[in-house]
Design a protein around this ligand. Structure first.
Ligand SMILES: Cc1cc2nc3c(=O)[nH]c(=O)nc-3n(C[C@H](O)[C@H](O)[C@H](O)COP(=O)(O)OP(=O)(O)OC[C@H]3O[C@@H](n4cnc5c(N)ncnc54)[C@H](O)[C@@H]3O)c2cc1C
Length: 575
């Protein structure tokens, strides 16, 4: 893989400084997320008093290398849309750094090992990076995986151990969220607050809001000599080994410049910001979505959530009336912080077993139904169109996410929320560990929200917003000529209408995989029983308890009395 193009001579922005190691006046700015210049306290600190700053991004093969076995193009962990969004964000960051007299140094390998090598080679005395609460980064911050014996330099060397032994100052500020999750948990006696309202009460106004954030930098110290460290330009998708991929790419371009442009467009409409009410948004709007589409930029830190929040407060100060949390736009950022805090303070937050917050439910395991959902073959056009938008755009409106998550779990298919979470985690460009898991727990009625009788209809919910079915016609062109009377339930169209629309149900587009009416009743019955058992056993269900409950639920399904058959259809496969 031609990823690393070693620089044989110092590049334009690299200056040689043979005294660097001795003078110790250099620092490393390790970019992970936080791919921005504005409101970046780690970058600010790295530059302070430093003659040289090395801005480094390490490409972790684990995250970036192609995985041919995955169900969609991409690596083991990420779909190609998100990888491309990240690469665009890195190119944009490099361009901005160059304007400030610096540049981005791309290295490749296990990040901890690469960092140790750079620290040694460059003799710097400061290592700065944004604090991150995701398990991936938490693990990275603490340890460096042992490398194979034949390549062992510092076997089992921990980054922490190395930095303390070498007297390197590590500066790792919290700037990815509005609040420090650890502070909120501490204020709450060591436990995360479990409701949004209790979170708001504990959090109050962020302390940093009293003084304006640093949003522009006029210059940065130059990059020092990179020595023998392997440094490259930002790779392309092709450099990463993906070849010439043919796929529909997300319309959203990565990078801080794009993020700030989008933010500016959103907040310049003061009226829109002041009246924003999340539950009233129309999930079927796609030419101009009903929300900001800033989530992928927040995910990678191309946009600072603090700067976003500060801009919103500026708007609120200048209007007579505005909406409030939980429905306001600032309220959405607070939801983000809420999930970050609960996720950080909850062991096994990303799974059902061992997660104290999660109801133990005997979800079904059905690969065929899962594949039908994932591949937009459920036969419900509203659900399938959303799943196509996920696959092609990597972004959907919040209520569209509600619809498909509810359908997969407690609404219709009764499949495990972890399976749906995995699909979102791979395909979303804004895929975020805390928020994604938090929302799947919510939508499956496993935690936070428990009204399992309130189910989104895969037919009438979308129709309410988009009676003509324009959203469906766009993302499912096979149905583009279906009359609007049938577009949400095409299997009810008479054969003549199907022929005229050039879409025969069962041939060109699948029949529904389940009957919603009976399937949703079944799901409610199962959840009622699972909730009752959770209550009886105080949430302490063993695997045996779950297996017994599953058997009982299946038996009841087969009993003629009461008989509410799920009436599963043969899963449709289109050629
Ligand atoms: C099943 C499911 C999975 C989800 N997975 C993710 C995910 O992986 N990453 C992600 O960023 N969002 C996720 N969300 C939350 C939400 O749908 C998106 O944040 C939102 O749709 C992004 O669009 P936007 O930027 O236009 O949002 P806006 O409405 O403009 O909100 C601004 C910002 O607030 C934050 N936000 C908004 N809604 C939520 C919410 N419910 N919870 C937490 N933060 C929120 C996001 O950072 C968002 O960018 C998920 C929702 C569901 C139902």
């Amino acid at each position: 893989m031609q990823l690393l193009l070693c620089l044989s001579k110092p590049a334009q922005h690299l200056k040689k400084n043979p005294l660097m190691a001795a003078s110790g006046s250099g620092s490393i700015m390790w970019f992970r997320k936080g791919l921005r210049i504005h409101d970046n306290p780690a970058l600010e600190y790295a530059s302070k008093g430093s003659d040289f700053v090395y801005p480094v991004f390490v490409i972790d093969p684990h995250y970036m290398e192609p995985d041919p076995k995955a169900f969609s193009p991409g690596s083991k962990l990420a779909g190609l849309n998100r990888i491309r969004f990240l690469l665009e964000s890195l190119v944009d960051l490099d361009t901005s750094l160059k304007k400030l007299g610096s540049r981005l140094l791309i290295s490749k390998g296990e990040p901890g090992q690469v960092l140790i090598q750079c620290l040694k080679e460059w003799g710097v005395k400061k290592l700065c990076f944004e604090h991150d609460t995701d398990p991936y980064y938490q693990a990275l911050d603490i340890k460096v995986k042992p490398i194979p014996a034949d390549r062992r330099v510092e076997s089992s060397m921990f980054l922490q151990e190395y930095t303390s032994a070498a007297g390197i100052e590590v500066f790792s500020p919290v700037s990815h969220t509005l609040f420090n999750p650890a502070d909120i948990i501490q204020r709450n006696g060591g436990k995360p607050p479990l409701t949004y309202q209790s979170f708001l009460k504990l959090a109050g106004q962020p302390s940093w809001l009293s003084s304006p954030l640093l949003t522009s930098i006029s210059s940065l110290p130059p990059v020092g000599d990179v020595g023998s460290c392997e440094i490259s330009e930002v790779p392309t998708i092709k450099d990463l080994g993906y070849g010439d991929i043919e796929q529909e790419w997300t319309p959203f371009r990565g990078g801080e410049s794009e993020a700030l442009k989008r933010l500016k467009e959103s907040v310049s409409d003061k009226n829109w910001v002041a009246n924003f009410e999340k539950p009233k948004g129309n999930p079927s709007l796609f030419v101009k979505p009903a929300t900001t589409v800033l989530s992928p930029y927040l995910k990678f830190g191309c946009l600072s959530s603090r700067y976003f929040y500060q801009c919103l407060q500026d708007v609120y100060k200048n209007v007579q009336k505005h909406t409030s949390p939980p429905v306001s736009l600032a309220g959405q950022l607070l939801w983000r912080d809420f999930f970050y805090t609960v996720a950080f303070g909850t062991p096994n937050f990303d799974r059902m077993k061992g997660n104290k917050l999660c109801k133990q439910i005997p979800w079904n395991d059905d690969d065929e139904l899962l594949a039908a959902w994932r591949e937009a073959r459920t036969g419900y056009p509203w659900i399938d169109a959303i799943m196509v938008q996920l696959r092609t755009w990597g972004w959907m409106h919040h209520l569209a996410r509600h619809s498909v998550a509810c359908f997969l779990t407690r609404g219709d298919l009764f499949l495990h929320w972890e399976r749906g979470r995995d699909v979102f985690e791979r395909l979303l460009i804004d895929s975020d560990w805390a928020i994604n898991n938090g929302n799947w727990l919510w939508l499956s009625c496993s935690s936070f929200f428990y009204q399992y009788n309130r189910i989104y209809s895969p037919i009438s919910f979308g129709k309410k917003y988009d009676p003509n079915g324009n959203y469906i016609r766009h993302f499912l062109p096979v149905l583009k000529d279906m009359p609007k009377e049938y577009i949400y339930e095409p299997w009810t169209a008479p054969p003549g209408i199907q022929r005229k629309a050039k879409c025969i149900i069962g041939r060109d587009y699948p029949k529904p995989v389940v009957y919603h009416d009976s399937a949703s009743k079944e799901c409610k019955r199962k959840l009622a029983e699972a909730y009752a058992l959770n209550q009886k056993l105080n949430g302490q269900l063993s695997q045996e308890d779950l297996d017994n409950l599953r058997r009982k639920l299946e038996q009841d399904e087969e009993d003629p009395e009461p008989k509410i058959r799920r009436q599963r259809q043969k899963v449709g496969h289109l050629t």
